[in-house]
Ligand binder design. Sequence first.
Ligand code: C2E
Ligand code: MG
Ligand code: MG
Ligand code: MG
Length: 289
Amino acid sequence: AAKDAGRGRFHFYAADLHSDAEERRQLEEDLRDAITQGNLELYYQPVVQTATERITGFEALLRWNHPQHGFISPAKFVPIAEDAGLIVSIGEWALRTACQDLAQWPDDVRVAVNVSPLQFANPALPSMVTSALASAGVMPDRLELEITESVFLGDDTGTEAMFRALKGIGVRLALDDFGTGYSSLGYLKRAPFDKIKIDQSFVRGATQPGSRNGAIIASIVSLAEALGMETTAEGVETLDELDLVRMLGCSHVQGYIYERPLSAPATQTRLATGLMAIARGPRSARAAR
Ligand code: C2E
Ligand code: MG
Ligand code: MG
Ligand code: MG
């Protein structure tokens, strides 16, 4: 019986592998169409300054509305886009669209755009960034590029030259998902980040008794402060988590406790109605439930 079960599992597994590969290939094809047919959208999640509880900016997050399957998460399609090299054109579209949307927002609000390691390795990135800023007519310091630790796996000279070129343009740089990758303190010394984004895996569970996450967050914050960098705690969902990351000194917070990512029109409405400060009351209670 054990052997049968084993065989059964194997067949099941093999079938899964097959359909996974098939599904990926199909999604890759559909993704090419998504770019040209306008099925990609950017949503914007508020980034809130802890001291003032004001929105200082928004992170642009890709959304794909697939004609048959409906909404597909970027956690699923961004890796496919990376493997297929499509992330370079998708990334350019995202950067240009985010800058165009930013141009409609108040001057003291920023936008953060995620940049894939593949884009970061592309020598054309700085001129593309310059062109996106210029055609939207926005100041470079209103744009923040989020990159992950994996860019440091590439060639050192290229990486350092890219950092210099981007800082030369005057855009801000944020280190995304800090603590999840190949964390080395060496590159914090070399790379001119303006902000460290503390990955939500550290926030999650930080309020549980005996958790070491709070100690880790506190040391990232003191490291960042010593280096003159801001910190954003990602994925803050509950009031307890919000209170904790505030107490630990994170300068900014992003998470469902304040707001989920909003469509561009909803972002526009939020800003136009002057609701810059976010009320913690009812919204917090709702999110904490
Ligand atoms: P990320 O850059 O770390 O973005 C933060 C993710 O956390 C977003 O997921 C956001 O919706 C989610 N999030 C925010 N607050 C909370 C919370 O309180 N709780 C929970 N559970 N999640 C929260 P999303 O939008 O699904 O994006 C996933 C990832 O896809 C992003 O992670 C980023 O790595 C990638 N991505 C999204 N848009 C782009 C893009 O334009 N370019 C590239 N290269 N990657 C992108
Ligand atoms: Mg990000
Ligand atoms: Mg992140
Ligand atoms: Mg992430």
